[in-house]
Design a protein around this ligand. Structure first.
Ligand SMILES: [Zn+2]
Ligand SMILES: [Zn+2]
Length: 154
């Protein structure tokens, strides 16, 4: 019913690290937090939560960057593009930087987070908006709704 057109390929700015996605995202997000503004050098970060079994590196070896803290932010070791994030205790999904995909036509953020920190003009069109992050018990319903609606492509 949904036209996800998997698998998807993507990579960093220089192409030395490449990846493949074979499973649809659980949900997509734009984050307005100051940390994402700094790390993306932009108004907000864009991501897609990909189940770990559907995410494979096909070229190169990313390195840890960002805060080097509990949350692991992976970067290309050559061009330093921020590529994906793994959260402690949540290794069942990878938070992939969605703009690194070769084809982003399907992509739209479904949730936007940390709007309390957003730049005054920044707007993403996400149907679900949170000043901080969604309460933990909201994710199940959000993921269910996103899966039902499918890709926002073309
Ligand atoms: Zn690179
Ligand atoms: Zn953020």
């Amino acid at each position: 019913m949904h036209d996800w057109d998997l698998p998807w390929e993507g990579g960093c700015r220089c192409g030395k690290v490449r990846f493949r996605v074979t499973v649809p995202p659980l949900v997509t997000m734009a984050c307005h937090c100051k940390g994402c503004q700094r790390m993306s050098a932009s108004a907000f970060s864009l991501s897609a939560a990909i189940p770990s079994e559907g995410f494979d590196l096909t070229l190169g070896e990313p390195v840890i960057g960002g805060l080097h803290g509990e949350t692991n932010h992976y970067f290309c070791p050559w061009c330093m593009s921020w590529m994906f994030t793994r959260l402690p205790g949540m290794d069942w999904f990878v938070n992939l930087r969605a703009s690194l995909l070769d084809d982003t036509r399907w992509y739209a953020p479904f949730i936007e987070t940390s709007t309390a920190e957003k730049l005054p003009w920044a707007a993403t069109g996400a149907p679900h908006s949170y000043e901080g992050f969604p309460p933990l018990d909201a994710y199940e319903g959000l993921i269910e709704e996103y899966g039902r609606l499918g890709p926002a492509r073309r």
